[in-house]
Design a protein around this ligand. Structure first.
Ligand SMILES: *Cc1c(COP(=O)(O)O)cnc(C)c1O
Length: 475
């Protein structure tokens, strides 16, 4: 290298401010008051390191730029670092229980209950009457019993844990009879045969993929049978020449041989979905009434609550599960305990549930309402004189989260045809917004489904889309 250049570099190195000098500057002092001195100090060290690299490697112009923007870079680094990895997004996919987007959003009353439990001490496991230890199950068990009609109930971390606990506590080392048509994989590695193996129960498959009869179950029963299990085929449908055994028939068989009849219901529906123009889904109450001994279902699917797995049914079986060693590993924390109790309480009054549980609110919104929301957005966007083509189109929302497979929920979408860029590029810009917007792409258009965009998110969505439009072209 040429000596002259090295000398220049040395001059630049001397221009790099010292840490102490930087710390005395007003702008940096202000950052210290926001983020704390230690955090700012770390950012300064990292940015100074970067600056030294630039001086070593870059040309004059770049070096001067880096030197003059040092303080802004420190501020930007701090702002970026402050962002949590888990952030809110706007779900414009039309998939209500999108597992990747966190499934059921919670309502104010549910969050209030959780906050209440979180912010101080509580009687989580303390009997206020007696002044001694009590059990955490009691806070939600009564609520669940009231709305489901179950003798008893217990809840755990999620439905996968509920199924594992149920099989382990009631059928470990024994055969559990399941129809071949119900050996499902839910995704996220939940596969019935594998869950069965983990629980220590032995899978006994009967029947065929499309047809299983009650006689298939009965023939398979022997002295080592521990339970009869039915699994809701949550995310697929078998159509055509099919036959499945009803829960009543299974219950009768279980009674005859003194075997518990269990059902993994997947999504826990407590109200009749026909009211929303959807096909009838058996409710938890119905399945229990028809004779299932224990049912399990998710807290954050159609129930619309926090992530949990609920087990409801005969008291003797629930007690067995409560006392099982696995219970300690999968129990609920105080916040979810509070949120779950509040969710079930809301179901005591159906109208109240519909008004306050977001999943039900979204399901019950009328087509006109969704169209109006799309129209309002479109009107505002047209004011921005965008070059993109913006339309209101009919679309189909979906339940998602392994509920109501293939069932289309009528909806409306705002569609955008990007100009001079691909849909993927436009969708990426939507995802990079401060509050990311998640859409889907169909027919070379961006579809923003209105059913999963809650009214309170409308303004945020509008601002987000606006900032992605190319307002420079046309008109
Ligand atoms: C969703 C589902 C599960 C898993 O429930 P998580 O709450 O996600 O653990 C298990 N079984 C069935 C039938 C399901 O639909």
């Amino acid at each position: 290298m040429n000596v002259g250049i090295n000398m220049d570099k040395n001059a630049y190195f001397r221009k790099i401010p010292k840490v102490d000098t930087l710390l005395k500057e007003d702008a940096i002092q202000e950052l210290c008051s926001i983020y704390g001195r230690d955090v700012v100090l770390e950012a300064i060290h990292e940015e100074l390191e970067r600056l030294r690299d630039t001086v070593r490697q870059a040309g004059e112009k770049e070096i001067l730029e880096a030197l003059s923007s040092l303080k802004e870079r420190i501020a930007m680094r701090l702002k970026k670092e402050e962002e949590y990895s888990l952030r809110p997004v706007i779900n414009a996919t039309g998939i209500l229980l999108h597992t990747n987007l966190g499934r059921a959003p919670l309502g104010q009353f549910q969050m209030d209950a959780m906050l209440h439990a979180a912010q101080g001490y509580s009687n989580l496991e303390y009997d206020l009457e007696q002044g001694k230890r009590s059990r955490r199950f009691i806070h939600y068990a009564e609520e669940i019993k009231k709305v489901t009609g179950a003798e008893d109930a217990v809840a755990v971390n999620n439905n996968a844990a509920a199924v594992t606990l149920m099989l382990s506590a009631l059928a470990k080392g024994k055969e559990v009879i399941v129809s071949r048509g119900e050996l499902i994989e839910i995704g996220g590695r939940f596969r019935v045969p594998e869950v069965m193996e983990q629980s220590g129960a032995v899978l006994k498959e009967v029947g065929c993929t499309n047809r299983t009869r009650i006689s298939d179950y009965e023939t398979a029963i022997n002295e080592n049978t521990g339970a009869l299990l039915k699994v809701h085929t949550s995310n697929y449908k078998i159509v055509g020449f099919t036959e499945e055994v009803s829960i009543q028939e299974l219950a009768k068989l279980g009674e005859k041989y003194h075997l518990p009849v269990l059902m993994d219901m997947g999504s826990g529906v407590l109200i009749d979905l026909e009211e929303y123009g959807l096909p009838h889904e058996p409710t938890v109450q119905e399945i229990l009434k028809k004779g299932a001994d224990v049912v399990s279902f998710s807290g954050d699917k159609l129930l619309g609550g926090p992530q949990a797995g609920i087990l409801a049914g005969k008291e003797a079986y629930i007690k067995k599960m409560e006392e099982h060693p696995l219970m300690r590993a999968v129990r609920l924390d105080k916040c979810i305990t509070a949120g779950l109790a509040a969710t079930f309480r809301a179901y005591r009054d159906k109208k109240k549930a519909e008004k306050s549980i977001p999943v039900l609110q979204m399901l019950s919104r009328s087509q006109e309402e969704l169209k109006e929301q799309a129209r309002e957005l479109k009107e505002e966007l047209l004011k921005a004189k965008a070059g993109e083509r913006i339309l209101i189109e009919e679309s189909a929302a979906m339940m998602g989260g392994g509920s109501l497979p293939g069932e289309k929920i009528p909806s409306y979408a705002l569609t955008i045809t990007p100009q001079g860029e691909s849909c993927e590029a436009f969708a990426k810009r939507l995802r990079n917004l401060p509050i990311p917007v998640i859409c889907h792409i169909k027919e070379e258009k961006i579809f923003l489904d209105m059913r999963t965009v809650m009214p309170k998110e409308k303004q945020l969505l509008l601002e987000g889309i606006k900032s992605c439009l190319r307002t420079d072209s046309r008109q």
